[in-house]
Design a protein around this ligand. Structure first.
Ligand code: GLU
Length: 425
């Protein structure tokens, strides 16, 4: 008797598979040759470290961390460090590749990297967090350096974590501070004015540019923001100040919705006091999934990857999606959104404000000189606006989505660096 096997389901693509699929779509558009495809579709260096940390109760726990460099052709590699219980090597590889494209899209002289530690930092004491950060920094110090690979904050890391990284790296080299080894550090240690809110500010500029190009009126527009960390909360407050009606926001514990518009400064205060937006009065509770499908004009995913998928893309009501997070939309969802005429302002452009001001911080550090907040804002505004005009022009020229257009611009630039430098030996 022949037993019929159940229909074979295609295994879900990994995050790195998704990054490579996006790359290939853009590579097809410009007819990138096979040699270049082979070189650019892999990560140059992938470091995994397992390291012990002594906890407050005296036990020793072993943590796993990564640092991946996707490309160092355009310059030193650049990218943040995330602390999250779900971090994997595959995820860090995808994020490193996206950093390469992100830096290229805004014309920064960097390749891309990313790091992460598999940990839930919310259950660690400050002392444990410091020990973990210092030991992880030591483990990856074979790769990082002010002229080789420069970390920055990402999900669940912040200026204090950067300060410990800076100090640890510097102590190994005699103790004098080497500020340019990390960006996103405290102002006191050589951080830049405007860096903390740069991702959110850059995303706001991206939204303004896209609204201008596609005829969406910003004042009065209804906005939903998924994620109320550094990027999400900054976009929410800036759009609120620009006269938008922010009707929904969420964090990892859940979301809140008020069709009349939320009082965003009050939500920030509530989050400061209670550690969550959940429980904010004068709002209905919604789940993170419901939040994405709320009736609104502009949706801003500002949390983690793979939030907008083929499962919910048909029900997204926003006219414009601006990706403050990295990788929130899968390629299947992209196709659905594109067919439905939803404009997606892609992550590698929409959240490039963070790394752009990181670059400003790095330059200031190397020069031992500080710029004013006004200067930082003006330069950020200029780079983001110029990049939008260039991406928009590519999207019209090839009749492709803004994501593919941004990737085309980035890939051509990185391919040129790779080609002109040549293959060693
Ligand atoms: N983690 C941020 C990002 O994903 C910033 C990276 C940086 O400043 O190097 O773009």
């Amino acid at each position: 008797m022949v037993v019929e096997s159940p229909a074979q389901e295609r295994p879900a693509p990994s995050l790195f598979d998704i990054a490579v699929e996006q790359f290939n779509i853009a590579a097809d558009v410009v007819g990138l040759d096979d040699d270049m495809r082979r070189m650019l579709s892999v990560c140059k260096r992938e470091l995994t470290v397992n390291f012990p940390v002594e906890m407050d109760d005296g036990t020793v726990q072993v943590f796993t961390g990564y640092r991946v460099q996707h490309s160092i052709a355009p310059g030193p590699s650049k990218g943040g460090i995330r602390y999250h219980p779900d971090v994997t090597l595959d995820e860090v590889k995808a994020l490193a590749m996206w950093m390469t494209w992100k830096c290229a899209v805004v014309g920064l002289p960097y390749g891309g990297a990313k790091g992460g530690v598999r940990v839930n930092p919310k259950v660690l004491s400050q002392n444990e967090l410091q020990n973990l950060t210092r030991r992880y920094t030591t483990e990856i110090s074979v790769l990082i350096g002010p002229h080789s690979d420069i970390p920055a904050p990402d999900v669940n890391t912040n200026p204090q974590v950067m300060a410990w990284m800076l100090d640890t790296y510097s102590m190994h080299r005699g103790g004098v501070a080497i500020p340019a080894v990390v960006t996103g550090k405290p102002l006191l240690l050589g951080g830049s004015a405007g860096r903390l809110e740069a991702t959110g500010r850059g995303c706001t500029i991206a939204i303004q540019e896209a609204c201008k190009a596609y005829g969406i009126t910003l004042p009065g527009a209804r906005v939903v923001v998924q994620g109320f960390g550094n990027a999400g909360s900054t976009v929410a407050i800036l759009l609120h100040q620009l006269g938008c009606r922010v009707v929904g926001v969420s964090d990892s514990r859940g979301g809140i919705y008020n069709p009349q518009g939320l009082d965003i400064p009050a939500v920030l205060e509530h989050k400061r006091q209670t550690k969550s937006v959940v429980g904010f009065p004068e709002a209905d509770q919604v789940t993170n999934q419901e939040l994405l499908e709320l009736d609104c004009d502009i949706l801003i995913p500002a949390a983690l990857e793979e939030q907008i998928t083929e499962a919910n893309a048909p029900r997204i009501k926003a006219r414009l999606i601006a990706e403050a997070a990295n990788g929130p939309t899968t390629p299947d969802a992209d196709r659905i959104l594109n067919d439905r005429g939803v404009i997606v302002v892609p992550d590698i452009y929409a959240n490039a404000g963070g790394v752009t001001v990181s670059y400003f911080e790095w330059v200031q550090g190397l020069q031992a000189f500080t710029w004013t907040e006004q200067e930082v804002h003006e330069r950020l505004q200029r780079l983001m606006s110029e990049a939008f005009a260039a991406i928009h022009a590519v999207s019209e020229q090839y009749r492709v989505s803004l994501r593919t257009a941004a990737l085309v611009r980035a890939i051509l630039r990185v391919a040129e660096f790779t080609r002109v430098r040549g293959i060693y030996p």
